[in-house]
Design a protein around this ligand. Sequence first.
Ligand code: NAP
Length: 362
Amino acid sequence: MARKKPRVHIVGTGTIGEPLVYLLTEQRKEIGLGEVSFYKRTPLVEEVGKVKRMVEVGAVFSAGEDKFPQFKELGLHPMLTHQQALERADVIIDCTPEGNKLKEKYYLALSQKYPKKGFIAQGSEEGFGVPYVWTVNDKCLFGRFIQVVSCNTHQLVCPINTLIIKHEGIENLKNGKFFIARRGSDISEDKVNPGVEAEAAKEKYRQYGTHQAYDAARVIQTLYSRPISIPIHSQIIKVPTQYMHTMLFDIEIKSPIHYKEALARLEANPLIVFTNLKSTNRVFDRARNTSKARGRILNQTVFYKPSLDVSEDGTHIRGTCFTPQDGNALLSSVAATLWLLDPATYKEKMKVFDKFLFTEVV
Ligand SMILES: NC(=O)c1ccc[n+]([C@@H]2O[C@H](COP(=O)([O-])OP(=O)(O)OC[C@H]3O[C@@H](n4cnc5c(N)ncnc54)[C@H](OP(=O)(O)O)[C@@H]3O)[C@@H](O)[C@H]2O)c1
């Protein structure tokens, strides 16, 4: 008898969950998946269209059994209870801000009952599992729990990995300074923030500044078997835009390199896309018009090319990058899912998603 195709269940249908439902459902045949289901927690009249569209592309709608009557009143028909979907799935991708809480509530017990099941959480859910960024620390994946780190951590790790770790190694990093301007809210949200907001320093992140560099260091540390020094520091403010984050960096290295070499290293990474557009508004606009992934940019960073600057002595590399926060971590969730299903074939299957990557934002 043919082996049943693996099932994936996505918990949460917000900024991250919804596009992931589309990516996995629409590519499921090409990557050998069976059912892709999702859990919508709250019955909301304004989200009826969203649920319908995900069902239309073939995703299976699950809800809490107690919420079935309210969803039915809205004209929505859950096919599974959330509990059924959790039990059936081979991989569960948590796309809520409460991954660790739900790990305690559901996932740990499920993992004991079904030791082969895999679990993924998003963002800054430290302690959920191996902190992971696609193409950076794949060789360090182990176990059944993976934390796909935040969008800004993807952004921060990407140039360090591309310029240094992949070449001379982290030992060549003397000092990395990262300044992040965060978007105030997502375009899917009604929140507004009229001014620039500062962030208070936290004792926990003292060495690294904020959680973004702290998490980046956790990702990089997985690459080494002994504790290593990772001299990076981030600072952050929130700015009144809904479009994208922006990151400025100044990486100081021990062995100097030439501008041309820095550019070549960045160009060699297909997860980095260059642009000559100097504002997030314009980058966002071009992506909305040309993205093959429902307006999202799945590259880890959009690098403003004219900002690339290498000091005369070759020891400082500086630049400004735009962060497609609602897209740049999605491929890490896809890769983690496919790795949990079969570490031997996941890299080959990830090629299916190359077609969604921007090669330029013009
Ligand atoms: N937004 C970004 O750009 C971004 C980027 C990278 C990573 N992340 C991370 O991704 C995660 C999700 O963020 P998001 O921006 O997608 O959030 P979001 O847009 O606010 O959506 C959250 C979703 O999770 C559901 N949810 C919340 N608490 C839940 C619970 N206890 N049980 C079940 N469902 C629950 C909500 O369901 P209902 O609305 O139906 O109640 C909603 O569908 C966070 O960890 C975040 O840090 C976000």
